[in-house]
Design a protein around this ligand. Structure first.
Ligand code: PLZ
Length: 450
């Protein structure tokens, strides 16, 4: 890794943390005031500093502060902000063809992304893809296709799940506040079953799977279910890693009962965990894989990829959308796949885990409020519980994140109870920046009174 990062056409950006004003600084405060006049209050921002430039794992705000970014736009800029290859590919495509609408006149980039997704999702069978704009839209399309294929209506999801902000996906989320409260009526035929949450349920994978399956068989009946949608590692829920054997048992039950097994890999996918898709860590071969976020290096692109016979159940003209599989986003996605391959980026997730996990385990010894360090690769979290009562410490993560922001580190919270700090940095985060961020994190735990 070099110590300066050079995006094309602009001056080099020093790869370092730098705090030069109060956070937020005066320009961010002024912009925040303008924003308050014209942007809906329904859209909030975790850290109201306005970002002007970004490269690798560094964000630069309008006041010249440089933040080490441990969130990557919630797992989107997985190979780094303004990655040179992505910028070059998207820029060239922008000039060649910006838009045609694939359902009017197709273009090669869409097909290439579908080929790459077929190659890199688990399973050695014929696969097909539809490309859309957002994660929620991928979830919607996965459900739509599974319903058409099975001729059934029921959609099973798990407790602590997050799947998006559209009407159907609001019904699929676990948390009502803030995602759904007052926004109903909601889509029907969605059934939420208990998940596997080892820290809280203490169940083996086998016992947790039996609980999930019993629940669905009793409350719905397997023959009414079109699909079961699971996040292999639950993202917004707080990077919940299910107990060993849990997910394979669910998949086996789905297969035995003609239920389409859908892996929502929108947050866990695309190299984040050191595999292309986290399903691989659990030995899963989903019927359909949903991808978004990291697949196009920051451009909006998402997809449903899976068994050709399921994907082809949709009638011609039944899938699409004006911007779905936009050529610029597709060109960026092809560049992301190429970078992962040519630069061995899957190994970078393991490098980050090898440094981050022991450091967080060290922090746990010092701050007993950390009940657990969990996750895989560059998808690691700590859950905070009162050591005496085991109650969630919902007050702490936001305070710790605020302390870290004052010191130039952006860290995200998560969890149904808001009691999780999650680390999902870009793979461009080098060891020096990671060590610096970890020192800041230690100070921030202390300053927040953890
Ligand atoms: N499935 C597993 O993580 C998006 C939400 C950010 P979209 N998670 C971040 C916010 O505040 O809206 C997500 C996810 C999983 C689906 C989605 C939805 O993806 O691209 O945000 O629609």
């Amino acid at each position: 890794m070099t110590d300066t990062l050079t995006p094309p056409t602009v001056a080099p950006l020093a790869s370092e943390r730098r705090v030069v004003t109060a956070i937020p600084g005066p320009r961010s405060i002024a912009l925040q005031e303008r924003r308050r006049q014209v942007v809906s209050d329904g859209v909030s921002s975790a850290l109201p500093v306005f970002i002007e430039r970004a490269h690798g794992a560094i964000l630069v705000d309008v006041d010249g502060n440089q933040f080490i970014d441990l969130g990557a736009g919630i797992g989107v800029t997985t190979i780094g902000h303004t990655d040179d290859a992505v910028v070059a590919a998207a820029g060239a495509q922008l000039a060649d063809v910006t838009h045609t609408l694939f359902t009017i006149t197709p273009y090669e980039e869409y097909v290439r992304v579908a080929e790459l997704l077929a190659e890199h999702t688990p399973g050695d069978f014929a696969k097909k893809t539809v490309l859309v704009n957002s994660g929620a839209e991928a979830v919607e399309n996965g459900v739509k296709i599974a319903r058409k294929y099975t001729g059934r209506a029921g959609v099973a999801v798990l407790e602590h799940a997050y799947h998006g902000r559209t009407n159907l996906t609001m019904a699929m989320n676990f948390k009502a506040m803030p995602y759904a409260l007052g926004f109903g009526p909601f889509a029907g035929d969605v059934y939420r079953a208990p998940n596997s949450y080892p820290l809280h349920d203490g169940l083996t994978g086998e016992a947790a799977a039996k609980r999930t399956i019993d629940y669905l068989e009793k409350t719905v009946g397997a023959s009414d279910l079109a699909c079961l949608v699971v996040e292999p590692i639950q993202g917004e829920g707080g990077f919940i890693v299910p107990a060993d054997g849990y997910l394979p048992a669910l998949q086996e039950w789905c297969t035995a009962n003609g239920i389409v097994f859908i892996a929502d890999e929108i947050q866990s996918g695309m190299a984040r965990t050191g595999a292309y898709f986290a399903s691989e860590h659990f030995g899963l071969v989903p019927d359909l894989v949903l991808s978004a976020k990291g697949i196009a290096g920051g451009l909006p692109l998402a997809g449903v990829t899976g068994r050709a016979e399921i994907m082809d159940a949709a009638q011609p003209g039944g899938l699409g959308g004006t911007f779905g599989g936009n050529p610029v986003a597709c060109a960026a996605a092809v560049a992301v796949f190429e970078r992962i391959e040519s630069d061995g980026l899957l190994a970078e997730a393991a490098r980050i885990e090898a440094r981050l996990r022991p450091a967080l385990e060290g922090l746990r010894k010092r701050f007993p409020v950390i009940a657990e360090v969990r996750g895989i690769g560059a998808m690691i979290a700590v859950e905070l519980l009162d050591p005496a009562t085991h109650e969630p410490r919902a007050d702490l993560p936001a305070r710790i994140a605020a302390e870290a922001a004052q010191r130039g580190v952006l860290v995200l919270t998560a969890g149904t109870y808001g009691n999780v700090l999650r680390f999902l940095p870009s793979l461009a985060l080098d060891d020096a920046l990671l060590d610096d961020a970890l020192e800041v994190l230690t100070e921030s735990f202390a300053a927040a009174g953890a």
